[in-house]
Design a protein around this ligand. Structure first.
Ligand code: SF4
Length: 475
């Protein structure tokens, strides 16, 4: 998962890109970057690290321009090195910069296509393949003439025909403007906002980035749509992809997005409250003293759950906010170490108590197991674990880093078997129906909890992507 932002304005955009990226930091902590275009050239800075660490005051002087894009990276394809940090830029037929959120499932085909056309890749990022295809198609469209918005739309359409998978893109094209594209299933989010004075437009992964800039969210980019804002601030919307049955990622609502974001007209906060209420319907009604959230994402669901069952909601685990989200840490070893220094129990809330510990989801189980141990060591009498997400039984190949069956604790295991491994006194999962009721969107991607992948594919793709990711993680 990643976060993207693009701004076109009558004013310098660097500081707003920076602020927008800070608001999207939760979507990726591995690397970040900003690329801006001034009258002469495109200027880019991209590095491994957090936004606040990578960018300095000097960058405000160097990254001048009234159009730009930015990115925060969470590695789900390729390795976490500066070479793979986004945005990427190329110079043919004009300066083009691109940043993406998502994951392609046919990168090898794209690489072959580019190779057949004498274009080779220099990184292991799937963005390079997408950008390569776009650049190639744009060059063919424009020929020797000046690149126009028509050329850009046509090239984007041809690119969409070739690229399979989930992708939301922001693309800056010299002399033309800022383009945003969302895949035909609209798996990853993308929203357009406008400044109140009407002299700036922003595309962002989440509405929270638009809010913090003081802009107003206008609409979500639709499935298969490309939206172009040119330098006269004309906004052109076109459906250029073959529109499929939409499949917005349910995990954005469960875990990934910020609670103060609205995705595809649904408030993430409201959805999490509803997840907590739904969970109360499958709760067995055990005698407990308090409901404690596994910090921090599950707090909203835990609050609603506690209210619904009439038990006290208590803060029993305090998180050190200056350590990254454990789920995003790239290796299992790092994940365990981070948890030890990240969460501390409040003894008075734990000792001698029967606790319902509510987590947003259980992916590998590493964090849940450790948290249960922590509570027991702090004197908890009983620990009953609840997950506001149903069992995650299948890998995600659309941009959440859970790429293989083996690493999923719920794959091929019963709830009792999972409970045995985690060491809780009981384990309660959300039902798939409960989750679908809680997130009022007609078409959700639920592939990782149902095995129903929205994009038709050969079985072999799942295996191949899992193997590739395992190799990249080792590297
Ligand atoms: S498989 Fe799961 S995590 Fe991946 S896009 Fe679908 S719902 Fe989201």
């Amino acid at each position: 998962m990643c976060g993207i932002i693009g701004i076109i304005s009558t004013k310098e955009v660097y500081s707003n890109l920076y602020v927008g990226l800070l608001a999207l930091q939760h979507r990726g902590q591995d690397a970040c970057g900003i690329c801006v275009q001034d009258d002469e050239d495109m200027h880019v800075k991209r590095e491994v690290g957090l936004v606040g660490d990578v960018f300095t005051d000097l960058d405000a002087e160097r990254l001048k321009g009234k159009i730009g894009i930015g990115h925060v990276r969470y590695t789900t394809a390729g390795t976490n090195i500066t070479k793979n940090a986004q945005p990427f830029k190329v110079q043919m037929p004009v300066n083009i910069a691109m940043a993406s959120n998502g994951n392609t499932i046919n990168t090898e085909d794209l690489v072959d296509y580019l190779w057949d056309n004498n274009i080779s890749m220099h990184t292991s990022s799937d963005l390079e393949a997408i950008l390569g295809v776009f650049k190639f198609e744009l060059k063919k469209e424009a020929g020797r003439s000046k690149v126009t918005s028509e050329h850009v739309f046509n090239a984007a359409q041809k690119m969409m025909k070739r690229v399979r998978g989930s992708y939301s893109l922001v693309i800056m094209v010299e002399g033309v403007g800022l383009l945003a594209v969302r895949d035909s299933y609209a798996i990853r989010p993308l929203v357009l906002g406008k400044s109140r004075e009407g002299n700036s437009y922003v595309f962002a992964s989440e509405s929270v980035a638009i809010d913090v800039l003081g802009y107003k969210a206008m609409y979500d980019v639709r499935a298969g749509e490309a939206v172009l804002v040119d330098f006269d601030f004309n906004v052109t919307r076109r459906i250029i992809g073959k529109v499929k049955k939409k499949a917005h990622c349910m995990f954005e609502f469960v875990y990934f997005a910020r609670p103060d974001t609205v995705l595809d007209h649904v408030s993430v906060y409201e959805a999490r409250l509803a997840l907590g209420r739904e969970l109360s319907k499958v709760w067995s009604g055990k005698d407990i003293d308090s409901v404690i959230p596994a910090p921090d994402t599950s707090r909203t669901a835990a609050l609603a759950f506690a209210n619904k069952i009439g038990v006290n909601y208590r803060e029993g685990l305090i998180k050190n906010r200056y350590i990254g989200r454990t789920f995003i840490m790239p290796s299992d070893g790092q994940r365990r170490d981070a948890l030890r220094i990240k969460i501390n129990p409040i003894s008075s809330e734990i000792k001698g108590k029967k606790i319902a510990l509510l987590d947003d989801s259980i992916v590998r189980g590493t964090t849940a197991k450790k948290t249960i141990e922590l509570l027991r060591n702090a004197g908890a009498k009983e620990v009953h674990l609840l997950s506001s997400c149903p069992p995650i039984i299948k890998p995600c190949i659309y941009g959440i880093d859970m790429p293989t069956h083996e690493e999923l604790i719920a794959h091929n295991r019963t709830v009792d078997e999972i409970d045995e491994i985690l060491g809780a006194d009981s384990l309660t999962y959300q039902s798939v129906e409960g989750l679908e009721r809680a997130i009022p969107i007609d078409h959700l991607c639920t592939a990782c909890i149902t095995g129903k992948y929205p994009i038709p594919m050969e079985d072999e793709i799942l295996k191949r992507m899992g193997e590739k990711r395992k190799k990249e993680k080792k590297e």
